[in-house]
Design a protein around this ligand. Structure first.
Ligand SMILES: NC(=O)c1ccc[n+]([C@@H]2O[C@H](COP(=O)([O-])OP(=O)(O)OC[C@H]3O[C@@H](n4cnc5c(N)ncnc54)[C@H](OP(=O)(O)O)[C@@H]3O)[C@@H](O)[C@H]2O)c1
Length: 307
């Protein structure tokens, strides 16, 4: 797979990233059976085999279980660490008897979360650490202090954000003394907002790499994916399939190549846990859509013509 520079960092990563949210096959770490562990490993190995080098995690994926599966694989096959740019996140805290579901960018929580992730992944350093969802109570100076400590301690190499609007990115960037190199966003043919609300423009202007989460909309935009009969998204699938046939690729590849054609340099985070689908998605690297084709697909997704 081709590689690209991640934002203003010195990290070189694969043109598509692999998302580890589904590798445990459950959100409950107590349910990680040997069979689920083996499936998770098979998914990760398929991603390495297909040339993915950027692996995206979060502390909340299976309550740390996804990081642990990857950590155990890296322990057994330490040579894989050299082929791995490890990304993870914190900031979402699930509710329990005592507390509501909430976001938390406090210094204490960020420092604690990094230590937990390092432990689960079994590594000395996280390559890219992202804040998962904007904390309405964010104190940017406090976040900057946490980032500086983590950087000084060598625990985190680079930082980024996720689901940030441009104003939220700018607010934090004013306080952090090094570049925030990614903004991880929901982006796919069923969700076009970042293209028109200034987010991808900001990424281009500031040399921030947009990472697209759920690039297949959670599955319906993939080969074999379906929407209910009569759903207006049927039109998108129809147009995608025509173009997939024209380029001789699967619908999955067409959906991903459409995102990758955007000049902001979007890196889709492929979320399949199926080795065949993981390898197929990697073929989107190298497919360059003609302008007319890109617009035909865009118009089908807008659901109305352009002015
Ligand atoms: N920052 C955030 O807020 C945020 C939120 C959500 C996700 N993420 C990140 O984004 C990554 C990707 O998200 P996602 O898993 O929702 O992405 P996705 O690629 O849109 O969806 C993956 C799902 O689609 C299914 N699928 C059905 N047909 C497929 C096909 N032909 N090819 C590939 N997949 C097909 C997969 O099933 P199979 O496994 O059976 O292939 C899987 O369940 C996550 O792993 C995580 O790293 C970030």
């Amino acid at each position: 797979m081709n590689s690209v520079q991640l934002g203003k960092s010195d990290l070189t990563v694969s043109r598509l990233a692999y998302g580890c949210m589904r590798i445990a096959g459950t959100w409950n770490p107590k349910e990680i059976t040997p069979e689920r562990e083996a499936n998770g490993r098979a998914a990760l190995l398929a991603a390495y085999e297909a040339g993915y080098t950027l692996f995206d995690h979060a502390d909340i994926y299976c309550a740390g279980g996804c990081e642990s599966i990857h950590g155990r694989l890296l322990k057994d096959s330490p040579e894989l660490r050299r082929q791995t740019i490890l990304a993870t996140k914190c900031g979402i805290r699930f509710g329990d008897d005592k507390s509501p579901h909430r976001f938390d960018f406090s210094k204490e929580h960020i420092l604690w979360s990094v230590d937990q992730s390092l432990e689960r992944l079994g590594v000395e350093q996280i390559d890219l650490y992202q804040l998962h969802r904007p904390d309405v109570l964010m104190e940017p100076a406090e976040v900057a202090e946490a980032f500086e400590i983590l950087h000084r301690q060598g625990k985190v190499k680079w930082f980024g954000v996720s689901n940030f609007f441009p104003n939220q990115y700018d607010l934090l960037a004013q306080f952090v003394p090094f570049p925030l190199v990614v903004n991880q966003l929901e982006m796919h043919l069923g969700y076009l907002d970042p293209f028109v609300n200034g987010t991808t423009d900001q990424c281009q202007a500031r040399q921030v790499t947009p990472l697209a989460w759920s690039p297949l909309g959670g599955g319906w935009l993939g080969a074999g994916g379906k929407v209910p009969e009569g759903d207006k998204r049927e039109k998108i699938l129809e147009v995608l399939d025509v173009h997939a046939a024209k380029y001789g690729v699967s619908r999955t590849v067409m959906s991903l190549a459409w995102l990758m054609r955007h000049p902001s340099g979007i890196i889709p985070i492929v979320g399949s846990a199926n080795p065949v689908n993981i390898a197929d998605a990697a073929k989107a690297d190298g497919i360059h859509l003609e302008r007319d084709d890109w617009y035909r697909i865009y118009i089908s997704a807008r659901g109305r013509g352009l002015p």
